[in-house]
Design a protein around this ligand. Structure first.
Ligand SMILES: Nc1ncnc2c1ncn2[C@@H]1O[C@H](COP(=O)(O)OP(=O)(O)OP(=O)(O)O)[C@@H](O)[C@H]1O
Length: 420
């Protein structure tokens, strides 16, 4: 099978230096003492450093995959999962410690703001400099020059050294050069997060175009919407390993589910002392399968003082990170004690699928509690009609859509003790 990128058992290890516990007074002494004292203490410190322990750390372990020409791939994972390390290896700025990679085609990568730019050179000079580094001839760059400048929107600063550019301008110029060298493979790391919203939209559009032209795209982002828009397949990295390689929506679901807590029953920590022992759970067994069936949750907590105007909000986020439903309920006056509520949501109109629930509690003047992904719920189709709804929403592709907020129906507290 032909491939654009092939990784075979790729691993990458780094040596971590652990500084031994040492008395913290050497710097303080040095600052207080004379210069000779300072140099003596720095020397002592350097000698001690030589005795520091080292440890081998594997940032990537046994990574194997194949990307076909023209495939658009997303790369997901939590902070530190190994995404940037993998991209650096693929774009050959880092050598793997084990395994090997093979690349077929001209590759352009945008890994960090300002890579491939020389700070003292002007924008104009850097277009040539950067273009040459990415493998373009001078004639090719001259032909594309105006298009690059127009895309980057830096006309006015073309003859200014780029060290005076803002990070947004750096990104725009870097993206414009990389996107205009006609790469066969484009690798982009989260770079869009730095540009403003308008430029992000424009660069997503450009990447879409590049994808439509049959180029290979590898894209890392924490923004599920962009990953969903741009890619068909996504890899999920966790602690340096690939834990999912599937179509994008499935990988996103897996990623967000892993982020969510399994069950929110454990006491959750609030931001104030007078509200404790918060627990929240989805009464799965009381929720019938099928479209628009009522959802039931249980919420409990203890208050040690009287509370006025307590507001709960439940937010439902779909698998591409879009908020599709917000529910709100308010309690006007709550005596100190143990409180338990059944939260009942009818007519939510959520289509069958997976949702991540966020819970917020607000007091009259402060935010008392917030937790993303407190619980994951899966709503299943129960009948042919449900499946029709599911198929329609799936076929629409975007799976977006806001539903009117509804009020939570709060059942009277089943138990409420006076607190002493
Ligand atoms: N040069 C290095 N020396 C030591 N450790 C490193 C080095 N580069 C990366 N690491 C470690 O390797 C792991 C993976 O880092 P990497 O930057 O690839 O993660 P990431 O998935 O891109 O994270 P993020 O989403 O925060 O950008 C991290 O634990 C990081 O601390």
């Amino acid at each position: 099978m032909s491939y654009a990128i092939q990784a075979e058992s790729v691993g990458k290890s780094f040596i971590l230096h652990h500084q031994r516990n040492r008395p913290n007074d050497s710097l303080r002494d040095a600052l207080a003492g004379s210069l000779s004292h300072l140099s003596r203490s720095l020397l002592r410190r350097a000698r001690r450093n030589q005795r520091d322990e080292t440890e081998e750390f594997w940032a990537l372990k046994d990574i194997s995959f194949q990307i076909r020409p023209g495939e658009r791939i997303g790369l997901l994972g939590r902070n530190g999962a190994g995404k940037s390390t993998l991209l650096k290896i693929l774009s050959r700025t880092l050598e793997p410690s084990t395994g090997r990679i093979r690349i077929r085609g001209r590759i352009a990568s945008l890994l960090e703001v300002g890579t491939g730019f020389h700070p003292e050179l002007t924008g104009r000079e850097n277009i040539y400099f950067n273009g040459a580094m990415l493998g373009m001839s001078k004639a090719e760059i001259s032909r594309k020059f105006d298009e690059i400048v127009e895309f980057a929107e830096v006309e006015q600063f073309l003859d200014t050294p780029v060290k005076h550019y803002s990070s947004g301008m750096y990104v725009r110029l870097g993206f414009a050069v990389a996107a205009h060298i006609d790469p066969e493979i484009l690798i982009v790391d989260e770079v869009l997060a730095v540009g403003d919203a308008r430029f992000q939209k424009k660069s997503i559009g450009k990447m879409h175009e590049i994808g439509q032209e049959g180029r290979t795209l590898l894209f890392v982002s924490h923004n599920m919407n962009s990953i969903m828009q741009l890619t068909q397949r996504a890899l999920l990295l966790d602690h340096g390993k690939i834990v999912c390689d599937s179509d994008t929506s499935q990988t996103i679901t897996k990623y967000l589910s892993a982020e969510a807590t399994e069950d929110g029953r454990l006491p959750l920590k609030t931001k104030v002392d007078w509200l404790r022992g918060l627990n929240f759970r989805w009464l799965r067994e009381e929720t019938a399968a099928g479209f628009n069936k009522p959802l039931n949750f249980a919420l409990g907590f203890i208050t040690t003082q009287r509370a006025f105007r307590l507001v709960f909000t439940l937010s439902f986020i779909n698998t591409i990170g879009a908020l599709v439903l917000t529910c709100k309920a308010q309690l006007d006056d709550l005596e100190p004690g143990l409180h338990r509520f059944g939260l009942h949501i009818r007519d939510h109109h959520l289509t069958p699928g997976t949702y991540f629930v966020r819970l917020d509690l607000w007091g009259s003047e402060e935010h008392l509690f917030e937790q993303e992904n407190i619980i994951t719920i899966d709503l299943f189709a129960a009948s042919t009609d449900d499946r029709l709804i599911q198929n329609i929403s799936r076929r629409r592709g975007d799976k977006l859509g806001c539903y009117a907020p509804i009020a939570l129906q709060i059942l009277p507290a089943s138990e409420s003790h006076q607190h002493d």
